[in-house]
Design a protein around this ligand. Structure first.
Ligand SMILES: Cc1cc2nc3c(=O)[nH]c(=O)nc-3n(C[C@H](O)[C@H](O)[C@H](O)COP(=O)(O)O)c2cc1C
Ligand code: SF4
Length: 359
């Protein structure tokens, strides 16, 4: 079967992705405890870049101290982080992929013992999984975090990121503002739940010019009272109007975790229908994700115009050369769907994978 569609380059603004395969943002907890790049991260992303994906999204990288998602997450809230990220992005570029960064504020989906600060969110409602009540952000707090995203984007560009992704999915801070499930505000940020995000996009755009911006959203949160496709199909065009050059479609929140990284019993390409619906509502490229386990399937997604780019995460954790080996019809080490890499679900300290002991 031909794989022409998935290996077709894609131009976005001034960058060209060599193919349609993305290694999406993946928290590893491999950074130092104060958020710097480590040898382990260089080793992991160096291999992934050689492995054949066109776009490697590093992250989520925390834009503010009070939005750090884990004990050893990458950070980008100070200029001191630029040189380490520059080394990482250069390595990715030298090995043939476009380096990107995902900027994240975890909002209420973290713990103050990890951030060292009180948690913040659109409303003082705890995440049902983390169970810690956050403070409701006031206007100054909102502006400060929006500026943190813009400053972080400026640093990422300086470090050589070819694309900047804003994490608006999975119930983290931006996603929490978007959702009627977690945003019960009485002010303009409650009346217009996309306002917090569109203002961030505008600020980031002013900072980074024509560096493409991807916005990741949960097209369906799969929680009672949460976002559904009817709403996200209207939000996506507003993100594009504000300056998004790509929409990346995921699903779920911590309260519906199985949709964030779906197990195989949920079906191959379990969320591609969501990506297709969002793609129909916008005129920019769309990334889909979730249980895409072969390049043949990925090729169909692109050729049938379900999505323009295909994120493949766990198969590349299990074998960083998954793309090249599949392309050459060589055997690769398969992801066995065991869930070990989801370290935050079972109290492990960082990502590990029984199929890839060298991670
Ligand atoms: C260990 C792990 C960490 C993840 N961390 C992030 C993250 O920081 N940001 C994000 O947007 N998605 C994150 N994801 C979700 C992936 O980007 C991807 O959407 C998901 O794993 C489904 O793709 P897959 O079936 O190819 O693994 C993570 C997934 C895994 C397995
Ligand atoms: S840890 Fe398990 S689920 Fe995660 S990539 Fe490895 S084999 Fe797949």
């Amino acid at each position: 079967m031909s794989l022409n569609s998935v290996f077709e380059p894609l131009g976005i603004n001034k960058i060209t992705l060599p193919n349609r395969i993305v290694f999406p943002a993946c928290q590893t907890n491999y950074a130092t405890s104060d958020g710097f790049v480590t040898e382990r991260l260089l080793r992991m992303y160096g291999k992934l870049a050689k492995g054949g994906s066109g776009l490697l999204i590093v992250g989520g990288v925390a834009v503010s101290d009070n939005g750090t998602p884990n004990t050893n997450a990458l950070k980008i809230n100070h200029d001191k982080y630029v040189s380490g990220l520059k080394e990482l992005f250069s390595l990715i570029r030298e090995n043939g992929a476009v380096p990107a960064v995902q900027l994240l504020h975890a909002g209420r989906q973290t713990l103050s013992v990890m951030t060292g600060h009180p948690l913040v969110a659109p409303s003082a409602i705890p995440c049902p999984v983390m169970k810690e009540t956050p403070l409701e952000l006031d206007r100054n707090g909102i502006k400060r975090i929006q500026d943190d995203f813009a400053d972080a984007a400026g640093r990422a560009k300086k470090a050589g990121a070819g694309l900047i992704e804003l994490h608006g999915a999975f119930g983290y801070l931006i996603g929490a503002f978007l959702s009627p499930y977690s945003n019960k505000r009485k002010d303009e940020y409650g009346a217009d739940k996309a306002l917090f995000f569109t203002e961030i996009i505008e600020k980031v755009k002013r900072k980074v010019g024509d560096t493409p911006i991807s916005c990741r959203i949960s097209a369906d949160e799969f929680v009672d009272g949460g976002l559904i496709l009817d709403e996200t199909g209207k939000i996506a065009p507003r993100l594009v109007k504000a300056g998004a050059d790509v929409i990346s479609v995921g699903a779920g929140t911590y309260a519906s975790m199985k949709h964030m990284a779906p197990t195989m019993d949920m079906g191959e390409g379990v969320h591609v229908h969501l990506a297709k619906a969002i793609r129909d509502s916008v005129d920019v490229p769309v990334i889909c994700a979730g249980n895409i386990r072969s390049l043949e399937y990925a090729n169909n997604v692109v050729s049938e115009k379900i999505a323009d780019l295909v994120a493949i995460c766990r198969p590349q954790l299990a074998d960083p050369f998954f793309v090249k080996k599949s392309m050459n019809k060589e055997p690769f080490v398969e992801c066995i769907d065991c869930g070990t890499c989801l370290f935050f679900l079972h109290g492990a300290s960082a990502v590990s994978c029984p199929q890839n002991p060298e991670l």
